[in-house]
Design a protein around this ligand. Sequence first.
Ligand code: ASP
Length: 589
Amino acid sequence: MLRSHTCGELNIQNVGQEVTLAGWVQKSRDLGGMTFIDLRDRYGITQLVFNMATNAALCEEARKLGREYVVKVQGSVAERSNKNPKLPTGEIEIIVDSFKVLNPSELPPFTIEDNTDGGEELRMKYRYLDLRRNPIKRNLELRHKMALETRNYLDSQGFYEIETPFLIKSTPEGARDFVVPSRMNEGQFYALPQSPQTFKQLLMIAGYDRYFQIVRCFRDEDLRADRQPEFTQIDCEMSFVTQDDILNTFEGMTKHLFKNVKGVEVEDFPRMTYDEAMKYYGSDKPDIRFAMKFVELNDVAKGKGFRVFDDAELIVGICAKGCAAYSRKQLDQLTDFVKKPQIGAKGLVYLKFNEDGSFKSSVDKFFDQEALKGCAEKFEAKPGDLMLILAGETDRTRKALNELRLEMGNRLELRNPNVYKPLWVVDFPLLEWDEETQRYHAMHHPFTSPRKEDIEIMETKPGEVRANAYDLVTNGVEIGGGSIRIHNKELQKRMFTLLGFTDKEAQNQFGFLMNAFEYGAPPHGGIALGFDRLVALFGGSDSIRDYIAFPKNNAGRDVMIDSPSEISKEQLDELGLCIRQTTARKAIR
Ligand code: ASP
């Protein structure tokens, strides 16, 4: 070992000991007679002192050490006169006898501090320097602990961790595949897995009973703020189980993680149907840290001569407790908020239940006090409350009100990142109508089973079929999702037909799975949790990128290794590929 201790472990108990440390120069302060250097490694920071009076030559040498030089030092541990209570090593310092530069360093392009001066792009280019910073280090430590506790829990429940291949055939889960050309089979391609879905089902058919994998998945989607083209899932599958068994097992795992990683006991997860989630929260991933449930007003608000309400399919609102004193300006801000194109409401109606018991609204022309009272009663409003109401086509209005509810939750500070409220959303529809392609898509994926009682209406009323599918949602974020699978060839075929596959296409792409169903497939189901997102949630952040060691940027590029990049003509030839000249030049940099 090049060292006797790390930079994070020495304290007052070690005073007098001779030690050897190795690490990076965090910073150096030259106070004339004395030079102080903070030496850093993954474990912490230890102060080194060099004294001009006792060893002038060494002190001169130490002054030449630049930031991020890698050095090995020998010396003795001494009690500090000027203690730093913020550091675990803050009571001691090392009086250095000798040191050796193991490697010098260029001046880093940004400061290696908790609050660095480096912008995002620069930090990504020099990610190995960014990774030296404490905030990122803490995030990766959290990620490690969560992976470990995941394995501990699943092992205790009898799961095997089994690897599945990365070079596979496409699995349609709603995104585009990344493909890899095969040199040995010219003109043919592998696809990188969007998830190990079909393989984990095959493992169940093989009798492995309980499988998991902390696994990389690849989806070639247009990148949104919180998406990465490659991301990690905790992927699981179980045999001979009901939906409840799966929910209980993974509720157990989530609680285990909260308890063992964060020291937080979370309550039992409520279960809400998809229909309830949409009706009361306008979202299939409701944030239930706060109430403010939707209240529908069609029966009390129609027929008063207000066209917007009379023509609307749905009139629905929320009640913001204690906000009746909102000013004109605040109400205008909320109106502007809902009218933003991405939210898309045409306007906002407010109703104030004043402290004096009277009502004031933006539709007083059509609603007298009695009528306003009728609305307020629906909200179970109290004096001092403010009701915010939207009207229009059902789905769009609910969607817009969901945004407004979350905005009010933010404004009223009801979305505390240290409070965790997980829930299960169940009974998702099996299919989703896609306007663009004018056909049905699987809402979860094509292997999800319909509810038994809905199988008979699959062909006649496909839009009404419910699935044995569920999502795990926490604080408004979808953490995971899964389903009980189809394990019967005929039903799987019907599903593919509904999705617009010809028999031949289905056989071509999924013949291997459907054939396997004929060799004793047990009933099975599973779930996958988004690991990056789960770690970010535990870390109290929205950004998954901060929890991935080497993430890609918003354009899907790794700016450090400069990837994706062109390949040589020889490589292309060997693969039997040719690139359109125009495309090559257009590639985004
Ligand atoms: N394979 C699914 C997904 O990646 C999860 C599952 O159904 O288990 O979303």
